[in-house]
Design a binder for this molecule. Structure first.
Ligand code: SF4
Length: 363
């Protein structure tokens, strides 16, 4: 099946070959140093089920970026180990996130989609870079403090050196660009500093990755108090049915001043209205805002409208995900193909790195 059909979102019975059609083209790309397109690298952690925060924050951007860049998208399971997940749960989460990535429209014919641990060069390069990174640089990382507070019983060394592995993830593919949200800017600056240091000590080796500002919005959770997160139990799951979502929306916070339907509301302070900003047309948002302000529209009806609009996005993704889930061998093949291409690129970089730092024979 052509990519065209995949983009239409229809996984048909003969879809099983849809990614293979591009295998020759991507293999040819892997064997060439010429880069017709700038390269971009991004990763998503396999922590729990995907939610609309992940969708809006990463996946929507990935679908857009795959058309503009030679894209490497990774499910970063090594990073997830810093939270010491249950082994079976981690394996399941890796597959579910891969399914979510593909079902959302990332096309493995266009982008290299792979699982981080399937490419052992990530950890090898991370160690080389760890030996080059001053302790003080890592001490400055604010995310370490945040994460340590979040899991006080498991403040492991991986949490501290996480940004070095993240740097290795990027430079292993000699990525020119990295999409970053606000909370990752400090890590990207560390990556750039590490590249400069490596190039200074060992000679020009890595391009300095440039930031692509991702339009990743900060999506609040249903509690309206913190960022949407599975661990905070405040998420709208990407694979949830409309009924399941409505159940959650019923209990979600709205404008706190609107205690009764007859109270006039202020949509700008309402978390539900912020979700409408992502999923509802401008004209319907204007109607909702007017109805809220005049107390003509009740919160339950407003939530039902949101649920319907969410379903327009989630429904097709859920269907594609169900189809992929029913074909585990196909998913394995897609990930194996992605890992194979990623390893080939990673090994090219590592041959250069080993030679420069004095490991093995000189290339
Ligand atoms: S009507 Fe909608 S926007 Fe207004 S307070 Fe209720 S949920 Fe929020």
């Amino acid at each position: 099946m052509s990519r065209c059909a995949a983009q239409k979102g229809a996984l048909s019975a003969n879809r099983c070959a849809w990614w293979r059609d591009g295998a020759l083209a991507t293999a040819a790309r892997a064997g060439s140093d010429a880069r017709p397109m700038a390269r971009i690298m991004s990763g998503v952690q396999p922590t729990g089920n995907l939610h609309i925060g992940n969708y809006l924050g990463a996946l929507v951007n990935w679908v857009r970026l795959q058309a503009e860049y030679d894209a490497f998208f990774s499910i970063v399971d090594l990073h997830a180990l810093t939270q010491r997940p249950d082994p079976e749960a981690l394996r399941r989460a890796v597959r579910e996130v891969a399914i979510g990535v593909l079902a959302s429209g990332v096309d493995p014919e266009r982008a290299t989609v792979f699982v981080q641990s399937h490419v052992p060069q990530h950890t090898e390069l991370a160690w080389v870079l760890t030996c080059l990174t001053p302790l003080g640089d890592l001490n400055r990382m604010t995310q370490f403090k945040d994460k340590s507070q979040h899991q006080p019983d498991n403040v492991n060394t991986g949490l501290f050196t996480y940004p070095v592995l993240q740097t290795a993830d990027i430079v292993l593919y000699r990525a020119d660009r990295v999409p970053v949200g606000e909370d990752q800017e400090q890590h990207l600056e560390l990556a750039r500093e590490t590249v400069r240091r490596f190039n200074h000590v060992y000679g020009e080796t890595f391009p300095e990755p440039q930031v692509v500002k991702s339009n990743a919005p900060r999506v609040m959770g249903l509690d309206g108090e913190s960022k949407m997160s599975k661990s905070r139990n405040n998420e709208i799951g990407l694979f949830e049915t409309a009924d399941e979502t409505m159940q959650k929306l019923r209990g979600a916070k709205t404008d706190p001043a609107r205690l009764r339907k007859t109270d006039k509301g202020t949509p700008e302070v309402c978390n539900i209205f912020s979700y409408h900003g992502f999923f509802t047309s401008e004209s319907q948002r204007a109607e909702i805002a007017a109805g809220c302000r005049s107390a003509q529209l009740g919160c339950v009806d407003c939530k039902k409208m949101l649920c319907q609009n969410l379903e327009q996005v989630k429904g097709p993704i859920r269907e594609r995900a169900a189809e992929l889930r029913s074909k585990p061998a196909e998913l394995d093949a897609i990930l194996a193909h992605g890992a194979s291409r990623a390893r080939a690129e990673a090994e090219k970089t590592m041959e250069m790195v080993r030679s420069r730092v004095g490991l093995g024979v000189r290339a």
